[in-house]
Design a protein around this ligand. Structure first.
Ligand SMILES: NC(=O)c1ccc[n+]([C@@H]2O[C@H](COP(=O)([O-])OP(=O)(O)OC[C@H]3O[C@@H](n4cnc5c(N)ncnc54)[C@H](OP(=O)(O)O)[C@@H]3O)[C@@H](O)[C@H]2O)c1
Length: 294
């Protein structure tokens, strides 16, 4: 059976990888960019679902500007919480399954990591609070929904830490990176591969199937931002890798607070889906190779 997918998002890291990989699967994907459907208008997003009557909806767009969200709270809430909630209600109405993507920033990272799916949440910033509200709205409105929490998403396109570090290194300025925040870098390509590999199952599964609910997906391994920067430079620049100085969260002040160690346990994705995410280092090698080839 060809699964009919409606995807929100065309230009983000995850959206691009989903669109790239979709031709490898028996899927018919319609993707809506911001110009087709602005998620700041949740009713319009719901209408798009009802008009398309897909088998599966994937929300691959979100308000992801973590610092700006502190001053654009209402917009972030509309895009990350109200729109997913409205989409979920529309999915329930037309019998579509739903994948929504969330974040490790629902956790405060103050202790208890690696966090399992049922660990208590306590977002430190507006972004995490809006994503958590989105998860809750989705699961309340649509029993056939899967919220996937991921972390530190990187790829060869869009805005992300790998590209930012390489740009800063190319500019030749001394680099200092936060060394006391730890997480699990995740390739957008790997998350997309996981979602697409489960599309058939999700589209066919009935409410109550263990495939629905909440799952963590992140590449294996844990590293600080500074450690990640050093690995990026080693991979991309070899002997020409610049020095990376260390700073702390307390010294590097940003509008939004970040968790110190919000790393997620991914045992459930193996248990329920039989998927073992590869190491972040292997994923990084592939991204750097793609950047070099560009
Ligand atoms: N990036 C990370 O490190 C990270 C970490 C944890 C979880 N996540 C989650 O993973 C998912 C995918 O993230 P990503 O890294 O692929 O995001 P991204 O590269 O920052 O892209 C965000 C996408 O959302 C779209 N968008 C933003 N506001 C919109 C609106 N009002 N209406 C329609 N589209 C809108 C953007 O469109 P434009 O191009 O038009 O702006 C862009 O396509 C998101 O749910 C995010 O919260 C990301």
């Amino acid at each position: 059976m060809i699964v009919k997918i409606l995807q929100f998002g065309t230009t983000g890291q995850l959206a691009i990888e989903l669109l790239r990989q979709a031709p490898n699967h028996a899927l018919a994907v319609t993707a809506l960019g911001r110009a087709d459907c602005d998620l700041a208008d949740p009713a319009a997003a719901a209408k798009a679902v009802i008009a398309a009557k897909p088998d599966l909806v994937v929300i691959a767009a979100a308000y992801t500007a973590v610092d700006l969200a502190e001053t654009e709270r209402d917009l972030a809430h509309r895009v990350n919480a109200l729109a997913p909630g409205a989409i979920a209600a529309a999915c329930d109405q037309v019998g579509a399954a739903l994948v929504n993507v969330s974040t490790d920033y629902v956790f405060d990272g103050a202790g208890g990591a690696p966090y399992a799916e049922d660990a208590p949440t306590n977002p430190l910033q507006v972004y995490g609070a809006t994503k958590l509200a989105g998860e809750q709205a989705v699961s309340a409105a649509c029993a056939r929904s899967l919220n996937i929490r991921t972390s530190w998403v990187v790829s060869a396109h869009g805005k992300n830490f790998v590209k930012t570090m390489l740009r800063l290194a190319a500019a030749g300025n001394p680099l200092t990176v936060v060394d006391d925040q730890e997480g699990r870098p995740t390739a957008a390509a790997d998350l997309a591969r996981f979602i697409l590999s489960q599309a058939g199952r999700l589209a066919a599964a009935k409410a109550g199937d263990p495939a629905f609910g909440l799952v963590h997906f992140a590449n294996a391994g844990e590293v600080s931002w500074r450690g990640f920067a050093k690995a990026i430079f080693a991979e991309a620049l070899g002997d020409a890798a610049p020095e990376v100085g260390a700073t702390t969260t307390a010294q590097y002040v940003t509008p939004a607070k970040r968790p110190l160690r919000a790393t997620m346990d991914t045992a459930k994705v193996k248990r329920v889906f039989g998927v073992s995410p590869r190491s972040w280092r292997a994923a990084l090698s592939e991204i750097v190779a793609e950047l070099k080839a560009q």
